[in-house]
Design a protein around this ligand. Structure first.
Ligand code: GDG
Length: 435
């Protein structure tokens, strides 16, 4: 959405992977022209496996989400990652014009700028990382950890979700004897200069709030629960779903009024199902939800409604609006947009409560959510009890603080600030005058 607006306004070109694997090609294919040109890059079947499911999602994703135990160090994965980035760089270099600015997104493309620089490209190139930046210890899991600094230094501006991510990246450069810290806050690395900064991503707050406003009618056609909590996450092991379900069971076990029968509505659409770790988390969650429902359900009450399918976007705002609380219990998360969507969808004079993991990037700004330690099921269970009994006045106070933070990080502002920051960086290989 953010990029859509930025591209439509600035008149840019979108480049992304094509929807289906095909023949390896050095050329980008036009797949759309309105309201801006869209170019597709084709991955082969093998690249889809080794580059996308492999190095991107079985090495970098677990590594950045502190799951070194799930990293698969198959050497074919790394070779494919480098080769795809190099081929994409060649394809982009062919169409790039002198004053074009490139904005690269996410962990699939860390080495892209370095590959472009090798081809002589001196255009401004920015990079935004949507997921957490790894610690030095996490990085040590990579086959060649020292390449990471060079990949990043080849960009002019590198943006992170939070100040904590920026600090971890600075720590990486600090530990590297090739890096020097300049007085203007940039990092000089070999022959390159890079600026780092936090650009917390957000949502289209006003549109989301408007969609939710017209939705006073219940999202349930029949059999609406008396009160419910909502969770919305891709079914990913980083989102802390087993802990959430167990914490909910603990809340049910410990609740003082057994007549109180809240329901946890969990929407968890499938994702990356070809990767073993995702098959494992699916099985684990099915077992836990079956177990909890078996133990606590009554003839007219199912404690967990677990939906392993995507729900229509227009219904989502309505589901958020009627939920008494939202549970975001990620073990690690770049930002977490669900937290912001839930806040934006609330009714200002009778809002629900956001329960938010302190390990989600969103916790850096949404400090008046009920912050929890997702590893501590008792802490989450306590937060559920507090949220369901919270007096109106406190709910309104917390909501007002949270909605302000959501508005302050609106997605339009995010893309404008990043691109303005990129425009202000020095073109590559041009040294500051006092050097
Ligand atoms: C990555 C980072 C960062 C989910 N289920 C359905 C559905 N969704 C939508 C949500 C939300 C989006 O997907 C998920 O965004 P998150 O931010 O929560 O998480 P990731 O997918 O892991 O995103 C994350 C983000 O990038 C942006 O930088 O915040 O930290 O991991 O918008 O609403 N939407 C619909 N049906 C579903 O069933 N329509």
């Amino acid at each position: 959405m953010a990029l859509h607006d930025a591209l439509a306004e600035r008149g840019g070109v979108w480049i992304g992977a094509g929807p289906e694997p095909g023949e390896a090609s050095e050329a980008l294919e036009v797949i759309g022209r309105d309201p801006y040109v869209r170019l597709a890059f084709t991955l082969t079947e093998t690249e889809q496996h080794d580059y996308y499911l492999g190095f991107s999602n079985s090495v970098l994703w677990p590594l950045c989400h502190r799951r070194g135990d799930l990293v698969d160090l198959d050497p074919d994965f790394e070779a494919a990652y480098r080769a795809v980035n190099a081929r994409l760089a060649r394809a982009i270099a062919k169409v790039l014009e002198a004053d074009d600015v490139l904005w690269v997104h996410d962990y699939h493309l860390f080495p892209l700028a370095q590959a472009l620089r090798r081809l002589g490209v001196t255009n401004r190139i920015g990079f935004f990382l949507h997921i957490p930046f790894p610690t030095l210890t996490d990085l040590a899991v990579l086959p060649k950890p020292s390449d990471f600094a060079r990949w990043l230094a080849s960009y002019n501006l590198v943006g992170f979700q939070t100040r904590a991510d920026t600090a971890r990246c600075l720590e990486m450069f600090r530990a590297d004897p090739r890096a020097e810290f300049m007085t203007d806050g940039t990092v000089k690395f070999e022959d390159k200069i890079v600026r780092l900064g936090a650009f917390p991503i957000g949502i289209d707050t006003e549109t989301f709030a408007r969609d939710a406003e017209g939705s006073e009618e219940s999202p349930f056609r029949r059999d609406a629960p008396e009160e419910y909590l909502i969770g919305v996450d891709r079914l990913d092991y980083s989102k802390g779903l087993p802990n959430r379900f167990n914490a909910f069971a603990r809340y049910l076990e410990e609740r003082t009024d057994p007549e109180r029968r809240p329901c946890l509505v969990q929407i968890a659409p499938p994702t990356r199902e070809a990767v073993q770790a995702y098959q494992d988390i699916r099985r684990e969650l099915e077992e836990i939800s079956g177990h909890i429902n078996g133990a606590y359900a009554e003839l007219d009450w199912t404690p967990i409604r677990y939906i392993h399918r995507a729900v229509d976007r227009s219904r989502l705002a309505r589901i958020y609006r009627h939920a008494r609380a939202c549970l975001v219990t990620s073990l690690a998360d770049g930002m977490n947009l669900v937290a912001k969507e839930y806040v934006a969808a609330q009714q200002p004079d009778d809002p629900g409560v956001l329960i938010l993991s302190r390990f989600a990037g969103a916790a850096e700004d949404l400090t008046d959510a009920l912050l929890v330690n997702p590893y501590d099921e008792a802490d989450i269970a306590r937060a559920i009890a507090v949220a369901l009994d919270m007096p109106l006045e406190e709910r309104v106070d917390r909501y007002e603080s949270c909605i302000q933070a959501v508005r302050d990080t609106d997605v339009r502002r995010w893309s404008k600030q990043f691109l303005a920051g990129l425009d202000r960086t020095l073109p590559s290989f041009e040294w500051p005058k006092d050097e």
